[in-house]
Design a protein around this ligand. Structure first.
Ligand code: FES
Length: 92
């Protein structure tokens, strides 16, 4: 299954600049990884929300300037960025 980065563009996340997060992923494309804007992911108030599939890894409150770290560690080296994971779905 192809890897996808799903970036919420729902109203709540856009309020916290998720359009800039989307633009940052598009500016850091990784071969074979699809960038997919989507509607509300049901986690409003914690955005911008980013979901990586197929492994179902969630990041919350993502800043545009944090995108290169996710790209480098997670998308290129397959190592999710632990300190940035969404605690609701990822507990240590
Ligand atoms: S608008 Fe992004 S989670 Fe609801």
């Amino acid at each position: 299954m192809a890897k996808k980065v799903i970036i919420c563009q729902g109203r709540s996340c856009v309020k916290y600049d998720s359009d800039r997060v989307l633009a940052a992923f598009r500016a850091n494309l990784v071969p074979g990884v699809e960038i997919v804007p989507c509607g509300c992911l049901g986690q409003c108030g914690n955005g911008p929300m980013v979901l990586v599939e197929p492994e179902q890894i969630w990041y919350d409150r993502v800043l545009p300037e944090e995108v290169p770290v996710i790209v480098k560690q997670h998308l290129q080296r397959q190592r999710p960025v632990k300190k940035m994971l969404y605690p609701k779905f990822h507990r240590d």
